[in-house]
Design a protein around this ligand. Structure first.
Ligand SMILES: Cc1ncc(COP(=O)(O)O)c(C=O)c1O
Length: 422
């Protein structure tokens, strides 16, 4: 009997798989002896704080920043404590002032608008297109004299149309920060995501391409932007001279937020940076196969990239089942989970997903979710029925077969109940 004709697990049939679906690395899958050696090296130095009597180049954190700048082909990098801190440092370093309005997309992790608040900005929501990418036309509509900056997010590893957005921001003199947290290692047209704007923010939290448990970094093109961010991040009492010879501002004019990275995590980030290209190649291979096979099932619309076979990491796949409304998608996802695939419906009302803007109640405390949804109607519509499946870089051929079998089986059952020939 073909997989598709079998009884669904949700109806008591045998599931496609019984082993847990591999999610992101969650700290173990791609760690190796080099990582252990790096941590032992940092510990062995007995110096765990980045600023001490050593020269910048003698510290793990200093070396990491030099290696990041080389790897991403930018002049400056600053290691920091998280991706959220990296976005805030990018904005403040590039000159955001308290009270400035900052555009951000309606489809992102709630850390993005949170980072804008952290930097003293006021988030302004921008809608997304049918493939959940930042909608430049909506940004143009939201442009006001108070809008001073834009945070673009390469959400779920997919590039936004960052080249066009960067051109727009340059023309309108808007600060542009890329939240490249979900897309570390991906590029568009041969240029790394996170290097198109004034600053590019990254996380090294466990789910990300470089995994140090917690951590982050921010890339800059301008020396004084880097200098401001370094002071804000905790280069106090002359420590800024580890980064730059001169500052064009009084370092005491800036508050001290202490978003520094420590030497142990910096050592770990260095070994993983050396393996980043390899990890991206694995992600690409997994994603390309899965996306092609899903599309071949017939009634699936896979999220499109902004350029053919470019601008993606491949850490997850997003797709829609044609004709499926919110309730049907809820059923499809429930059936997929019963088959052993860790799928989520992004806009499932019964499963709060903080990547959906109507859950950001810290921005609109008095507003009902149905009213908030009208702030970005296209995002609300497409998130409601979007299915999200994480694709770890370590997925095996058997895992990939299971995913396709499970989606095929569930969609075939859905077609049968809709009275359409499978
Ligand atoms: C799009 C996005 N931005 C920012 C962050 C925040 O990163 P961190 O957890 O390192 O602060 C995340 C976390 O996953 C994210 O997905």
């Amino acid at each position: 009997m073909s997989a598709s004709a079998k009884r669904l697990a949700v109806d008591g049939g045998a599931p496609v798989r019984t082993t847990p679906w591999p999610t992101y690395d969650k700290g173990d899958a791609l760690l190796n002896a080099d990582d252990q050696a790096a941590i032992a090296r940092a510990l062995g130095s007995r110096r765990l704080f980045r600023y001490d009597t050593r020269r910048y180049e003698e510290t793990e954190t200093g070396q990491l920043e030099l290696e990041l700048a080389r790897a991403f082909d930018v002049p400056y990098a600053l290691a920091c404590s998280s991706g959220t801190a990296a976005i805030a440092l990018g904005l403040m370093g590039a000159g955001l002032r308290p009270g400035d309005r900052v555009a951000c997309p309606a489809f992102t992790f709630s850390a993005t608008p949170s980072a804008i608040l952290l930097a003293g900005g006021v988030p302004v929501l921008v809608d997304v297109d049918d493939d959940l990418h930042f909608d430049l036309a909506d940004l143009e509509r939201k442009l006001t004299p108070e809008l001073k900056a834009v945070v673009v997010v390469h959400m779920r590893g997919f590039a936004s149309q960052i080249d066009r957005i960067a051109e727009f921001c340059r023309a309108k003199r808007l600060i542009l920060v890329e939240d490249a947290v979900p897309s570390c290692g991906a590029s568009l047209g041969g240029k790394h995501l996170g290097t198109f704007g004034d600053a590019g923010a990254f996380s090294t939290q466990s789910d990300k391409s470089i995994n140090t448990g917690e951590g982050g970094f921010v890339l800059f093109h301008d020396e004084q932007h880097l200098a401001r961010a370094a002071v804000l991040a905790g280069a106090y009492e002359g420590r800024i001279h580890h980064h730059v010879a001169h500052t064009a501002f009084d370092p005491l004019s800036l508050p001290l937020f202490n978003f520094r990275l420590d030497e142990i995590r910096a050592a770990l980030a260095r070994t993983q940076l050396a393996r980043l290209d390899d990890k991206v190649r694995r992600h690409h291979a997994v994603y390309n196969e899965v996306a092609q096979r899903l599309a071949a099932l017939g009634n699936i619309r896979v999220r499109q990239q902004v350029a053919p076979n470019d601008g993606f990491l491949g850490e997850c796949v997003n797709f829609w089942v044609e004709g499926a409304d919110m309730a049907t998608t809820q059923w499809l996802v429930c059936a997929l989970r019963a088959e052993g695939i860790e799928a989520r419906q992004l806009g499932d009302p019964g499963d709060i997903n903080i990547r959906c803007f109507w859950h950001w109640r810290f921005l609109w405390p008095q507003e009902r979710a149905e009213v908030t949804m009208t702030r970005a109607p296209n995002a609300a519509r497409h998130l409601a029925t979007a299915i999200d499946v994480p694709l770890a870089a370590c997925l095996t051929a058997a895992d990939r077969d299971d995913l396709i079998d499970a989606v095929g089986k569930v969609c075939a059952a859905h077609k049968r109940t809709m009275g359409v020939a499978a």
